[in-house]
Design a protein around this ligand. Structure first.
Ligand code: C2O
Length: 319
């Protein structure tokens, strides 16, 4: 599929992190947002992004296409014209999406002239966050997307290992089930870098070696659960090419990214990133808030963002 964003005739520059003293952006849990000013700013930023012309790589359409381009074979690997570049199903999954959100967030901030603007996260690992966050379901808002499953609208609870069939749980059972899944995917099944982050994928390798525990569940089932089952490919959230067209995508992925932070925090001895050079030195191209093409990925600290602290109720839910 060809969904590459427009090419700009500028030189690719290396990523420069925000200066150390610059504001730290705190990403809030979507269901806890009560600040109307923040919400209005967020909606305004998204509508401005949607209003940018197709020739601007920062437009909402082009941003959604960045995701499409990196997973539907628009690019091949440098030096390997027969091998496509795929950022899912391997150790590239978490770092690539981290960069993608970073630039998405910076562009939104730029469009409203607010350097401290942070995107919200869909707190689906907490019982109160286990439904579509209401800020996304108001049809008059720029955060709305009509292509979502009609049977999964609030207050229907999310099923974290949704397989296409709606389970027959009571709400209480569903929450308990979900918390146990979180424990399983972040603790029991995630004791090494490879199990959690995914398998090595280096230049010259065929794509899709093996995904990590978090990418597998609940990341993928939440995509399927959110997308509209009456569409041919579960659009928008249920398909790689269209997922980024739904504003909820970025909240979903902010929580995926947050789970990476949490995974490292809950077991500092065992839960570590790869030290493999090929992983550390992988770089990607994005457009920044000034439309400059840039490369690189970094630590949240260096990138100047954090997540609002929320209780981790699944920490005691050993399956
Ligand atoms: Cu790039 Cu959630 O997929």
């Amino acid at each position: 599929m060809s969904c590459c964003p427009p090419l700009m005739n500028s030189k690719i520059v290396d990523f420069v992190p925000p200066p150390p003293g610059s504001p730290c952006r705190i990403r809030p849990a979507a269901h806890l947002i009560t600040d109307k000013k923040y919400l209005d700013k967020f909606k305004l930023a998204i509508s401005r992004m949607k209003a940018l012309p197709d020739s601007d790589p920062r437009s909402f359409k082009n941003q959604a296409n960045v995701h499409c381009a990196y997973c539907e074979g628009s690019y091949h690997q440098v030096g390997f014209p027969d091998l496509k570049l795929q950022v899912h199903n391997s150790w590239l999954f978490l770092p690539w999406h981290r960069c993608y959100l970073y630039f998405f967030e910076r562009i939104l901030g730029k469009l409203i002239g607010d350097d401290s603007f942070a995107i919200p996260f869909w707190n689906w690992d907490h019982p109160d966050g286990m439904k579509m966050p209401s800020i996304y379901t108001d049809p008059t808002s720029s955060l709305f997307d009509p292509l979502r499953d009609a049977k999964h609208q609030p207050p229907i609870l999310l099923d974290l290992d949704y397989n296409g069939e709606d389970p027959n749980y009571t709400d209480e059972e569903q929450i308990d089930h979900n918390l146990r899944i979180m424990y399983r995917q972040l603790v029991s099944n995630a004791c090494t870098s490879e199990l959690f982050l995914g398998s090595p994928y280096r230049a010259g390798d065929k794509p899709d070696p093996c995904m990590g525990s978090l990418e597998n569940v609940p990341h993928t089932p939440i995509h399927t659960w959110t997308g509209d089952r009456s569409q041919p490919d579960g659009e928008n959230m249920g398909s790689f090419y269209s997922a980024g067209r739904d504003p909820i995508f970025y909240a979903h992925h902010a929580n995926v990214d947050r789970m990476w932070v949490v995974w490292k925090e809950i077991n500092k001895k065992k839960h570590k990133d790869f030290t493999d050079k090929d992983w550390l030195e992988t770089s990607f191209l994005f457009y920044d808030e000034n439309k400059l093409p840039v490369r690189d990925v970094l630590e949240p600290d260096v990138m100047r963002y954090k997540y609002q602290k929320v209780d981790l109720l699944w920490r005691t839910k050993k399956p």
